[in-house]
Design a protein around this ligand. Structure first.
Ligand SMILES: [Zn+2]
Length: 314
């Protein structure tokens, strides 16, 4: 009897604290990876302050947010993240937010099963590599913004549609330039498996040197198999990534050289992070334009050096 009397007020206090915390947001929108941050800014325009956590050249699979970043995530009015375990080390902090009923949304989840690559429980998280899929994610971000700030819903919807049209133009460009690569050379070899969606969308075989996550080291046998494959198929170039160490790529190039086949580095691709803030490559469209144009030209196809809107050399 005595016990329950003591417990009751404590439970009440606990519930009260949770509610207060849920209300204590600063109205900002926090995003995890740049590809979500940029799309959110494009759609939100000047109506919202968007804070992106994982910056240029940074690997989201292993990223540990700092104390002040955790604070920003806790205080934000709305948090938008990719999901599908991309933000592998941020799961508990995102979950704790959801438990306090603060708005948080995994914008790349909830797509139709047919869109996803990989097994049902752990699909490949790199959905931004297919512009037609990322356009659907942009639609989802637009919906989240409208729900968060209904007064400006019409504006978000309009800006979302305009942005989706640009994504569609770049998608069309990719569909046009990829087939210019000679058939036999339509193979993209890169440091980790970030490009499967790009491969499926634009008709190029993708081989990663590492597995899906950047956390596992590539095995020696995998490297040897890959070297043999490159030599047999006379693949002219492989690629490095801005957010992944170059070591394993160099091992492959040296292995091919020992077998008398020259493989060059076809360029640096943006896999899980965009380029420097304020540059064209520091936007989602610029990052994808760079990737598409670089791959096509390095593998013997022909794409305009300046990319689909002649902005790559600015
Ligand atoms: Zn990745």
């Amino acid at each position: 009897m005595k016990k329950s009397l003591l417990l009751a007020p404590l439970l009440f206090l606990g519930a009260c604290t949770n509610k207060d915390e849920a209300a204590k947001t600063d109205g900002t929108i926090v995003t995890t990876v740049g590809m979500i941050g940029d799309v959110t800014r494009q759609i939100a325009g000047d109506k919202q302050e968007v804070i992106n956590i994982i910056g240029e050249g940074t690997d989201p699979h292993t990223y540990q947010p700092s104390k002040s970043e955790i604070d920003k995530i806790q205080k934000a009015g709305l948090v938008l993240y990719n999901g599908h375990f991309l933000e592998g080390k941020m799961g508990s902090i995102l979950k704790s937010r959801a438990e306090r009923d603060n708005p948080v949304s995994a914008v790349a989840e909830g797509l139709a099963e047919v869109e996803l690559i990989g097994n049902g429980d752990h699909p490949d998280p790199h959905l931004w590599m297919d512009l037609s899929i990322w356009s659907k994610v942009a639609g989802k971000i637009g919906d989240e913004l409208a729900a968060f700030d209904p007064d400006n819903a019409n504006q978000y919807q309009k800006q979302c549609q305009e942005y989706q049209e640009k994504l569609n133009d770049l998608h069309t460009y990719a569909l046009m330039v990829f087939p210019t690569i000679p058939q036999k050379q339509r193979v993209l070899v890169t440091a980790h498996d970030a490009f499967s969606y790009l491969g499926r969308a634009y008709g190029i075989e993708v081989r990663g040197i590492q597995g899906i996550s950047t956390e596992s080291e590539a095995g020696t046998k995998d490297i040897n198999d890959l070297v043999s494959y490159l030599v047999e198929n006379e693949i002219p170039a492989i690629f490095i990534e801005s957010s992944v160490p170059e070591k394993s790529v160099k091992t492959v190039i040296e292995g091919a050289a020992e077998k008398g086949h020259t493989v060059k580095i076809g360029g640096k691709l943006f896999s899980d992070a965009m380029g420097p803030a304020g540059t064209y490559q520091g936007s989602y469209i610029g990052m994808m334009d760079h990737n598409i144009t670089t791959i096509v030209n390095a593998l013997g196809g022909s794409a305009p050096e300046g990319g689909f809107q002649n902005k790559l050399n600015d």
